[in-house]
Design a protein around this ligand. Structure first.
Ligand SMILES: *Cc1c(COP(=O)(O)O)cnc(C)c1O
Length: 364
């Protein structure tokens, strides 16, 4: 008998999504790095990406890249979080490429590579306005590029990149991509050769591809979300883009078991204070309603808004750390104790559920 909560991962759908994305990108002259962090680095996802045509496998966590390597991934591995000084030896050992934004770290990783007798590939990050990682002073970035090129002999300056649509929610427009290319050209002039890689961003940077405004020279995107979350991802839910609607939004689903099924009032009874999280929600009085309690909660998935019940008419009423209350009054099927409710998931729910010790992962 299966254990619950169960996170189900459909590899044929994941491969289909990634193959479709690789197809879009190839047509635009772009290679894809498949990013596995959303599933906490599930090695089988890395193998799916590789089979679907990803030219790199990337993650923000070195442990996940080591897992991919141990699982037999053959394509180069890319560290996408600018590294900590404390992990440089491991990065040089496990990864072929890393994103970088500090001269101090570049000097240190050059030493680590020298000690290991290796040449490590670096991609310098430009901050084009999203204000997370990267050089925001492009003169400084050029000076650092020249230094990597001429003085840090165990590093190879493979290219530059940027990240958008993340902490600063800045849209990856055609203009931002042009800016990135102009920074690359400035650096190329200073070092006297072409850069191999111009890395234009993450899943959100598929938008300039869809719009046909991606400059020719942008030739790498780092894609996780779009392949894993499909039409449940930001392209659809935040940007309202429909181009990704052909992708599966149910690569990963959550099955939770009913632990109570009763008709109760929809408004709490008594003097209201705060809920389990110190919040003061507004409760709507809809009279008596059939509601179920599921054996899964915010400790497992985070926010109820990141779960979408597949059962028609069902909606999440509330949740605590370990319980989720779903109103099923309008549903044709009346779920009873022991029955299973299935949810589609947004990005952060997949991220949390795949890392939760209480959740069993089933792959098919
Ligand atoms: C997470 C991340 C990605 C992948 O983002 P998705 O939205 O999952 O496609 C790419 N690049 C960097 C630097 C990241 O941190």
């Amino acid at each position: 008998m299966d254990k619950y909560p169960a996170l189900r991962i459909d590899h044929s759908k994941l491969k289909y999504n990634m193959k479709t994305i690789v197809g879009w990108c190839t047509e635009a002259g772009i290679d894809v790095a498949g990013i596995i962090k959303v599933s906490n680095g599930l090695p089988s996802a890395a193998l799916d990406y590789e089979e679907a045509g990803a030219k790199w496998i990337g993650s923000s966590r070195i442990e996940q890249l080591r897992g991919a390597k141990n699982a037999g991934v053959k394509v180069p591995l890319l560290m996408i979080r600018v590294p900590m000084l404390s992990e440089l030896d491991e990065i040089v050992e496990v990864c072929d490429y890393s994103l970088q934004s500090e001269i101090r770290t570049l000097e240190a990783i050059n030493e680590a590579a020298a000690a290991a007798g290796k040449i490590h590939n670096v991609i310098l990050m430009a901050d084009t306005g999203d204000l997370r990682e990267g050089f925001i002073d492009y003169d400084e970035m050029t000076e650092v590029a020249v230094k990597v090129e001429n003085e840090l002999h165990n590093l190879h300056l493979a290219g530059i990149g940027t990240n958008l649509g993340c902490t600063g929610s800045v849209k990856p427009t055609g203009e931002k991509m042009e800016l990135l290319v102009s920074i690359a050209e400035k650096i190329e002039k200073a070092i006297g050769r072409e850069l191999e890689i111009i890395s234009g961003g993450a899943s959100s940077s598929l938008m300039p591809v869809f719009d046909g405004v991606m400059p020719e020279r942008v030739n790498m995107l780092r894609i996780g979300e779009a392949s894993f979350v499909g039409d449940m991802g930001d392209l659809r839910t935040a940007y309202g883009r429909t181009e990704a609607d052909g992708l599966y939004g149910d690569v990963v689903t959550l099955d939770a078991q009913v632990i109570e099924s009763k008709t109760k009032p929809s408004h709490p009874i008594g003097e209201l204070g705060v809920n389990a999280f110190g919040e003061r929600p507004v409760y709507v009085d809809r009279g008596n309603r059939r509601r179920i309690l599921l054996g899964v909660g915010r400790a497992d998935y985070g926010e109820t808004g990141d779960l979408v019940p597949l059962l028609d008419g069902a909606f999440i009423e509330a949740a605590s750390g370990d319980h989720t209350i779903v109103d099923i009054e309008e549903c044709k099927t009346k779920l009873e104790v022991g029955d299973i409710m299935t949810f589609k998931l947004k990005y952060s729910a997949i991220l949390r559920l795949s890392g939760s010790e209480n959740v069993k992962i089933y792959e098919k």
